[in-house]
Ligand binder design. Structure first.
Ligand SMILES: C[S@@+](CC[C@H](N)C(=O)[O-])C[C@H]1O[C@@H](n2cnc3c(N)ncnc32)[C@H](O)[C@@H]1O
Length: 406
C-alpha cells in the first residue's frame, strides 16, 4: 500500500498503477483515471481475485462515493497490518534504516466505530454538514456516520447551518457537552438546545467556547480552535503508548519537555504520573490557553512558541523530550532544536510515515539510536497512520561507545 491509501500494482505492461480501493495480492479490473510517464492512477471496477482482508464496506455512504473513509473495503485487522507495513517501508526507503537498525514494531488500535468526537465538515446548500465525495468538490450530507460518536453523529446528521461554509462539531464523550464552530458566522442555526454554537467571527472577539473531555483520569479543557486527538479513545491509546515509551527514562521529579503540546495531553499525563516537572511548548494561542488551564495542578510551564525558533531556557538537559508535530513533521530546524536539548530519550509522534522517517533519520544523525516503534491506529477505516518512535541518546565514551541506559 502507498502512504496515501492506494494499493500499488502493475498493469499488463508492467507499469506501476496506484489503485484506489485495491489491496495487496489482488487481481483487479481498474479504470485508469490519470496517466503519467512512469505510472498511472486508477480505481477498481471489478475484483477478479480478492486479497486477504477484503471485506464489504460496513458503511452505506461508501457506495454513495463518500470521501470520509478510504479503507472501508479492508477488515480492521488487515488495516492495522497494512499501516504497520507502510511505516516499516517508509523507515527503510525514506529513512534509509537497515533491518538491523529497525526495532520490532508493535501495533495498537482503537475500536473502529463511534471513535470520532470532532468532525470538520463542509456545509451544503441546504445547510447540512457534508463530506466531500471522493475526487470531487461535490458534497454528500450523510444520513449516518459510523465512525462518529453517537452524540456527534446526531449533531451532524440533524443539525442545519444555512448560509455557512463549514462547521466544526465537537462533543465530549465524558460530559456529553457539544459545541459547533460555524464558519463564517452562525445565523439561523438549528441544533438541539444543549449545543454551544459559536461563529468564527465572534470567537475572534474572545467569546470562550470549549468542552471538557476526560482522558487518563484527568479533565481536559478543549476549546473550539484547539487541536485534540480523534477522540478520547485515541487520546487514551496514544497516551498509553507514549507513557510506556517514556518508561523509566523520566524519574520522579525529573524534567520532561512536551513540544507541539496542544492542550497539554501527552506531557501532562506523563508528568502527572511521575510527579515530574513539565515544560510544554505550543504555537496556537487557543491550545496554550487550554494547556495552561489543564496543567495548573502540575509543576508545569507552558510556553507559546514555534519550535523551529524556540529559544529554550531550561537550566540543563531534560530527561525526556516528546514531539508530536503536524503532518509536515519536524524538519531540520526543529529537529536541531530538539536534539540540541540533550535529553536521554526523545519520543516522536508522527501522523505521516514519510515525515516520520525523514525526522527519524535527522534524529539518529544527531546522536540518537532508534529504540522503539509503535503503530497506533487512531483513525480506523481511513488511511491515516500514527506512529510513535522512541530514540535513546548515544553516550560516547572515548574508549567504549555505549548507549545511555536511563
Ligand atoms: C498533532 S497536534 C499534537 C497535540 C498534542 N500533542 C496532543 O496529543 O493533543 C500538533 C500541535 O502542534 C501545534 N503546532 C503546529 N506547528 C507548530 C510549531 N511550529 N511549533 C509549535 N507548535 C506547533 C499545533 O497547534 C497542534 O496543537
Amino acid at each position: 500500500m502507498a502512504a496515501g491509501g492506494d494499493a500499488i500494482g502493475r498493469d499488463d505492461d508492467g507499469r506501476v498503477v496506484f489503485v484506489e480501493g485495491g489491496l495487496p495480492g489482488e487481481v483487479l479490473d481498474v479504470e485508469i483515471t490519470d496517466e503519467r510517464k512512469d505510472f498511472a492512477r486508477g480505481r477498481v471496477t471489478a475484483v477478479l481475485e480478492p486479497g486477504p482482508g477484503r471485506t464489504a464496506p460496513p458503511c452505506p455512504n461508501v457506495a454513495l462515493g463518500c470521501g470520509g473513509c478510504q479503507w472501508q473495503h479492508i477488515g480492521p485487522v488487515t488495516q492495522l497490518e497494512l499501516k504497520a507495513a507502510v511505516v516499516d517501508d517508509a523507515l527503510r526507503r525514506i529513512g534509509r534504516f537497515s533491518p538491523e537498525e529497525l526495532p520490532a514494531m508493535t501495533t495498537h488500535a482503537v475500536a473502529p466505530t463511534g471513535y470520532r468526537t470532532t468532525l470538520r465538515m463542509a456545509v451544503d446548500r441546504g445547510g447540512r454538514p457534508s463530506y466531500r465525495l471522493r475526487h470531487s468538490h461535490q458534497l454528500l450530507a450523510p444520513a449516518q456516520c459510523m465512525v462518529a460518536h453517537p452524540a456527534l453523529e446526531e449533531l451532524v446528521v440533524e443539525g442545519r447551518f444555512p448560509g455557512a461554509r463549514e462547521v466544526t462539531a465537537r462533543v465530549s464523550a465524558a460530559t456529553g457537552e457539544r459545541l459547533v464552530l460555524v464558519t463564517p458566522r452562525a445565523v439561523e442555526v438549528r441544533v438541539p438546545p444543549d449545543v454551544i454554537v459559536v461563529g468564527a467571527n465572534s470567537l475572534k472577539k474572545g467569546r470562550p467556547a470549549f468542552i471538557v473531555e476526560r482522558v487518563a483520569g484527568r479533565d481536559w479543557r478543549v476549546s473550539a480552535l484547539s487541536f485534540f486527538q480523534s477522540g478520547p479513545a485515541a487520546a487514551e491509546a496514544l497516551v498509553g503508548v507514549v507513557d510506556a515509551a517514556v518508561g523509566e527514562a523520566l524519574p520522579t521529579g525529573g524534567l520532561v519537555v512536551d513540544t507541539y503540546a496542544g492542550v497539554g495531553l501527552l506531557g501532562g499525563v506523563v508528568a502527572a504520573r511521575r510527579a515530574a516537572r513539565l515544560v510544554a511548548v505550543e504555537s496556537s494561542a487557543s491550545s496554550v490557553d487550554d494547556a495552561s488551564h489543564n496543567l495548573v495542578d502540575l509543576e508545569a510551564r507552558v510556553e507559546r512558541a514555534s519550535i523551529d525558533h524556540w529559544r529554550p531556557s531550561l537550566g540543563g538537559s531534560p530527561d525526556v523530550v516528546i514531539a508530536d508535530p503536524p503532518r509536515a513533521g519536524l524538519g531540520a530546524a526543529a529537529a536541531e532544536v530538539l536534539t540540541g536539548l540533550g535529553a536521554s530519550r526523545l519520543i516522536l509522534v508522527g501522523c505521516d510515515p514519510a515525515s516520520l522517517a525523514r525526522d527519524a533519520r535527522l534524529i539518529t544523525s544527531a546522536g540518537y539510536t532508534l529504540s522503539g516503534v509503535d503503530v497506533v491506529d487512531l483513525f480506523p477505516h481511513t488511511f491515516h497512520i500514527e506512529a510513535v518512535a522512541r530514540f535513546d541518546r548515544i553516550v560516547r565514551d572515548a574508549t567504549h561507545p555505549v548507549q545511555s541506559s536511563p
